[in-house]
Ligand binder design. Structure first.
Ligand SMILES: Nc1ncnc2c1ncn2[C@@H]1O[C@H](COP(=O)(O)OP(=O)(O)OP(=O)(O)O)[C@@H](O)[C@H]1O
Ligand SMILES: [Mg+2]
Length: 371
């Protein structure tokens, strides 16, 4: 799939305008604070997700404007389509091909993209929550029912946690805990099953990309890590039984803490470079390469799932990568529609055909095409 036109009005610092990107590489360049990331953020919203910078809807509207209106024309499933997003009173109103949708989540799967931004380095640097968010978000793009499954799990988890606190006051409620443990183990097992399936694909693809980006000098590995004894279970029932056992036997700890200690909400993904934990031992460039490999792997899995290439958004990806790693990346993404932001376009301009857009203070100041 590819974007043919993107129009924006009242969005962040971007001056009302439009761009008509090419099918290949599109470079968005300019000095710091000119609006490059804002432009990628604008595109990303059409995936149906929230801002990848964690911004609230209201923050996306220009300081001087009441509302923001963005429109994207894109080619997908062998036809021209379009989608609009209006941000009014801090809420998003969306349409796809002229049909109003009741929630932005209904856009998921219509327009697909993957994004890499410096914020995503938290995937390695931060705690397990960021890694769970990454894997869950990636699965949501290919399995529509997964978001609902997560929501049901979280609801059940909250109910079990509330009960744990209530048991302190009314000990006779203790007998009802196992009902919630069973329900949680059932839902949790389905989440783990999806995550592990996804991780297997992610591992194969990310290993390949990391091997390429490091010229075969570094090994890459990821492992699902749980606090409740997940080993290499392949059947949902096995996962469910193991999780239930921990929930059931661990009730004393849960009871003391007033929260559920075991389950997918506490799980993690360990990322290794050269058999060492990337978070602890890897350099900045290695960490960036590892995140990039995961993101490219995500794009590849999405491509095979939707039978189309998703759009790739790369924000400030080239800094901290040496010339070889930059070159590998540029070559690897040929054949996909890509948007790359950077301050200096020279290096990329030398290597690629495509379009470039220069941003000055939110204004598209220059458009160039290289064939
Ligand atoms: N709602 C808004 N209204 C107006 N301006 C905004 C709004 N939100 C952010 N900005 C401004 O947009 C500017 C550009 O932000 P952006 O993150 O896109 O810069 P950038 O070109 O990616 O810079 P860098 O190279 O440093 O990453 C910032 O100076 C910020 O103050
Ligand atoms: Mg930026």
């Amino acid at each position: 799939m590819n974007i043919t036109r993107l129009q924006f009005s009242g969005f962040r610092n971007l001056e009302d305008s439009f761009i008509e990107p090419c099918e290949g590489v599109n470079i968005i360049y300019g000095d710091n604070a000119q609006g490059k990331t804002n432009l990628l953020e604008c595109i990303w919203l059409f995936t149906g997700g929230h801002s990848f910078r964690g911004a609230k809807h209201r923050e996306l509207v220009n300081f001087e404007s009441e509302n923001a209106a963005i429109k994207m024309n894109f080619y997908s499933q062998e036809r021209d389509q379009y989608s609009t997003i209006d941000i009014i009173n801090g809420k998003r109103e969306v349409t796809v091909n002229g049909v109003k949708k009741s929630s932005p989540a209904e856009m998921i799967g219509k327009f697909c993209a993957i994004v890499f931004s410096p914020e995503h380095l938290t995937l390695i640097k931060s705690g397990p929550g960021e890694r769970r968010k990454f894997i869950d978000g990636a699965i949501c793009q290919i399995k529509p029912g997964y978001a609902a499954l997560l929501a049901r799990y979280n609801q059940t988890l909250n109910q079990r946690n509330a009960l744990l606190k209530e048991i302190r006051r009314q000990s006779e409620l203790r007998d009802t805990l196992s009902i919630w443990s069973e329900r949680l183990a059932y839902l949790g097992a389905h989440i783990c099953f999806e995550r592990i399936n996804y991780m297997n694909k992610l591992k194969i693809n990310a290993e390949k990309f990391h091997d390429g980006i490091s010229r075969g000098t570094e090994s890459f590995d990821i492992k699902y890590s749980s606090t409740w004894g997940y080993k290499d279970h392949t059947k949902i029932e096995e996962i469910q039984n193991s999780l239930f056992k921990y929930l059931d036997e661990g009730y004393k700890t849960d009871f003391q803490n007033g929260v559920t200690s075991y389950g997918p909400h506490r799980d993690d993904i360990d990322i290794f470079i050269n058999q060492k934990k990337a978070r602890t031992y890897s350099s900045q460039g290695q960490q960036r390469s590892a995140v990039l490999s995961l993101k490219l792997a995500e794009a590849e899995i999405l491509r095979s799932s939707i039978c189309e290439k998703p759009v790739i958004l790369l924000d400030d990806v080239l800094s901290e990568l040496d010339a070889y790693r930059q070159d590998y990346l540029i070559n690897e993404i040929k054949g996909w529609q890509v948007f790359i932001t950077c301050c200096e376009p020279y290096a990329i301009n030398e290597m690629l055909s495509g379009k470039s857009f220069r941003l000055i203070n939110g204004k598209i100041a220059e458009k160039k095409e290289k064939i």
